[in-house]
Structure formats: structure tokens, C-alpha cells
Design a protein around this ligand. Structure first.
Ligand code: C5P
Length: 219
């Protein structure tokens, strides 16, 4: 069985997907980290972000690897561990720009389907249920209000000692969602056969339980 979890930025997809994968002993694949790694490399190599052919060529000539160890995912751009470098706000915005390029998405689709080939994966992203794994047995569309998503991010940053402006965070999240929903290729949308789970006001563990129940009913 494969499980696809899609939804807007900050809906808690990766936390939930990791927990679901842990419970079921499935492999967790974070596709957003792949777009983030490419975005980081574009910046690192000082390429112009609007130059789609060069961005696409950069992906073609390099390797992104997701390595799982002790339940943690490490992201490599060739041999460089970029796990800690790809979570900045700047990389987030860049990631949603490179993700709007058809030539980039085509390559990512091949890489992601290969990663899911062995089955029993929980994959999260924006187009998993609609494009990457349209035959996934369980499809979840996870969402929450943009205010709540911004508040979660704000709290997460605070625990890391980083103080930010909540309104600014909400604006960034909304900007990214709009770009993800309005792009021509594989935009963010709920698959027709996906179950909508609104996480506003409910805990991570409640969300995980709800998804596990859906899996049980399916499996
Ligand atoms: O999920 P995360 O916030 O890490 O994703 C970063 C960006 O990568 C998203 O804003 C989106 O533009 C892009 N993305 C995508 N398709 C996916 C996963 C991520 O377009 N399957």
C-alpha cells in the first residue's frame, strides 16, 4: 500500500507523514526536500532563478539523494549534506519557483516514482495524489487555516531561538500557496479521491490516528 499526503505549506504534512510511516513501518519520502535541495543549489551556484533551462540542466547533471537513518531523513546534493541548509524562508520561496517549471517537475516525477517503486511508502508533497502516485491506495489532503499554519511555524522557530513576525510569516505562506496553486504544471489541489483532513484546532496525534484509521479501513 502507498499513502499520498498533500496539502499547503505548514499544514504539518511532514510531521504527520513521518509518524504514520513510523507506526506502519513504511518508508517516509519528503518530496518537498527535493525541490528545496534544487533551490539551494541554484542559489549556491549563483544561477538566475528565472532561467528555467539552466535550472533544469542543473538538476539533470547532479544527484539528489534522500538517506534514511535512525528514522531521520538526510538530504544530499551530490555528496553535500544540505539537510540543515534547505529550511530557510529564502529557500522555501525559491523552491516554489523552481517547482513551477515543467522541465523540473518532469525529472522530479521520474525520481519520485523510482523512490516509491518498492511500495509501502508514505510520500508527502503537493502533487502526490494527483500526479506522482495517482494509484496510491490512501490519499490525504491535509490543511489548516493560514493563520494557524503561520502560528505553528512561528512557535517552531521560537523554540530554535529565532524570533519572527507572525504577520510576515503568514504573508510568506500565503504567497507560496498561491504560487503552488496557480502554476500550470501539477498545481497544488486535492485529488478527487483524497480525504480532506482539516488540522485546525486538533493535535498532531489526533491527525495521525485519523489517518491510521483510514489506512485500516483501506488495508
Ligand atoms: O513541502 P515543502 O514546503 O518542503 O515544499 C517546498 C516547495 O516545493 C513547495 O512550496 C512547492 O512549491 C514545492 N513542492 C512541489 N511539489 C511537491 C513537493 C513540494 O511543488 N510534491
Amino acid at each position: 500500500m502507498n499513502i499520498a499526503i498533500d496539502g499547503p505549506a505548514g499544514a504539518g504534512k511532514s510531521t504527520v507523514a513521518q509518524k504514520v510511516a513510523g507506526q506502519l513501518e513504511y518508508v517516509y519520502i519528503d518530496t518537498g526536500s527535493m525541490y528545496r535541495a534544487l533551490a539551494w543549489a541554484v542559489h549556491h551556484n549563483q544561477l538566475a532563478i528565472e532561467d528555467e533551462p539552466s535550472v533544469s540542466e542543473l538538476l539533470q547533471n547532479n544527484e539528489i539523494r534522500l538517506v534514511r537513518e535512525h528514522g531521520q531523513q538526510t538530504v544530499f546534493w551530490n555528496d553535500k549534506d544540505v539537510t540543515g541548509l534547505i529550511r530557510s524562508t529564502e529557500v522555501s520561496q525559491y523552491a516554489s519557483i523552481v517547482a513551477s517549471y515543467g522541465s523540473v517537475r518532469e525529472q522530479m516525477l521520474v525520481l519520485q516514482r523510482n523512490l516509491a517503486k518498492q511500495g509501502n511508502v508514505v510520500m508527502d508533497g503537493r502533487d502526490i495524489g494527483t500526479h506522482v502516485l495517482p494509484d496510491a491506495e490512501v490519499k490525504i489532503f491535509l490543511t489548516a487555516s493560514s493563520r494557524e499554519r503561520a502560528e505553528r511555524r512561528w512557535k517552531e522557530l521560537l523554540t530554535k531561538g529565532i524570533q519572527t513576525d507572525l504577520d510576515e510569516l503568514e504573508k510568506e505562506i500565503e504567497e507560496r500557496d498561491l504560487r503552488d496553486m496557480s502554476r500550470e504544471v501539477a498545481p497544488l489541489r486535492q485529488a478527487d479521491d483524497a480525504v480532506l483532513v482539516d488540522t485546525t484546532g486538533i493535535t498532531i496525534d489526533e491527525v495521525v490516528d485519523r489517518i491510521l484509521q483510514i489506512c485500516e479501513r483501506t488495508g
